[in-house]
Ligand binder design. Structure first.
Ligand SMILES: [Zn+2]
Length: 164
């Protein structure tokens, strides 16, 4: 799935597992592991690549930098952990070959580590019919929007620079 959907999911995971009542963000390790699991689920369900890879990677990186920059300091490690967990499978399995292709480098390319990147488990759609993919992406965006709306007090607290 496009990086941008993984990074958007990372924000949703960070919000989902942060609680305002006890002011204690979930542990970064738990959020990191949940990010990896979410990546596996999103890569397994049928998906097309809606966004060209260069734009996708650039916007994903921009989202990470912006969110960490705007995030309240007490949550920055947890939010960063969520982002890393959500994109690290692609960084490990796919980035060397993408960098080689885009920049003409010769980084070593190893066998894929994460099973959802194996052709038999990946939900990548290789036809022109992206109907199911569009439905899946829509459900994902709606679900993430619902999480952020339901936990809007958390969102406000995470991204407020005032005292919490
Ligand atoms: Zn992936």
């Amino acid at each position: 799935m496009n990086v941008l959907f993984h990074t958007t999911t990372a924000l949703g995971i960070a919000v989902l597992f942060t609680h305002t009542k006890n002011k204690k963000p979930s542990t970064s390790i738990f959020v990191f592991m949940t990010g990896i699991l979410s990546h596996g689920i999103l890569d397994t369900i049928p998906h097309c690549y809606l966004i060209p890879s260069k734009i996708d990677a650039s916007l994903g990186l921009l989202m990470i930098i912006t969110a960490i920059w705007l995030c309240n300091k007490q949550y920055s490690i947890m939010v960063l952990s969520s982002f890393i967990g959500c994109i690290i499978p692609d960084l490990i399995d796919l980035s060397p070959s993408i960098i080689n292709k885009q920049l003409g480098w010769s980084l070593p390319v190893f066998d894929k580590l994460f099973p959802w990147h194996f052709k038999q488990f990946s939900g990548s759609v290789y036809t022109d019919d992206c109907t199911i993919s569009n439905i899946n992406h829509t459900i994902l965006v709606i679900a993430l929007g619902a999480v952020c709306w339901y936990k809007r007090s958390v969102v406000r607290e995470m991204f407020s620079k005032g005292e919490c």
